[in-house]
Write a protein that binds this ligand. Structure first.
Ligand code: GLN
Length: 191
């Protein structure tokens, strides 16, 4: 099993590190050929508007829906914006891979970024993890075939469907590997 981490901007190195700590083979993806032999992909945080432009420039944007028909994608923060169906407050063109609506920069500016406990429901058990929210988006609607997996102050902050996991926070910034483990298991089940 090989999981790619989109390496166009953001802290992709930390996602690679977390996966490798779990002994998962992880590679940086900067072009279509590198995606071709991955069975899963993480889209890290960054700036969603820039990410869309960069993905289009290198010809990866159009390939992601096709890739996702076969293999899981995990979007964190700006990555969660990219996989959503609708961005309610900004003309970002999302990939529509999971039926959620999302609002960009919903908690305010950089200075309003925060680090707080998130309650996560995984495989029938409830755990708490530290959630780092950096100019984070907010999920404003969760569609029918989407499960809410984590909440913070009444907001849904992590969701999934069959082939997509999306979190509005940055699990790679803490040493807790629970969420990367969950994604790696999601990928493994597909193989
Ligand atoms: N504010 C960024 C955006 O809207 C997301 C921030 C992040 O990924 N940490 O694209």
């Amino acid at each position: 099993m090989k999981i790619g981490v989109l390496a166009l901007q953001g802290d992709f190195c930390l996602h690679l590190k977390r996966l490798r700590e779990l002994e998962v083979e992880a590679v940086a993806v900067k072009k279509p050929e590198e995606l071709a032999d991955c069975q899963g992909l993480i889209i890290p945080g960054g700036e969603s508007t820039t990410l869309v432009k960069l993905l289009k420039n290198i010809g990866l944007y159009e390939l992601l829906p096709e890739f996702n028909r076969r293999w899981p994608i995990f979007g964190t923060c700006a990555g969660a914006i990219l996989v959503s169906r609708e961005v309610s407050n900004h003309p970002v063109e999302p990939l529509n891979l999971i039926d959620i609506s999302i609002e960009r920069n919903s908690y305010g500016r950089q200075i309003d970024s925060f680090d707080e406990t998130v309650e996560v429901h995984l495989n029938g058990s409830i755990k708490t993890v530290e959630g780092v929210f950096i100019r984070a988006p907010r999920i404003t609607r969760v569609g029918e075939n989407v499960q809410a997996l984590a909440t913070h102050n009444g907001d849904v902050v992590m969701v999934e469907n069959d082939a997509v996991l999306a979190a509005t926070f940055h699990p790679e910034l803490t040493e807790n590997r629970l969420i990367h483990q969950y994604f790696a298991d999601k990928v493994r089940k597909r193989i």
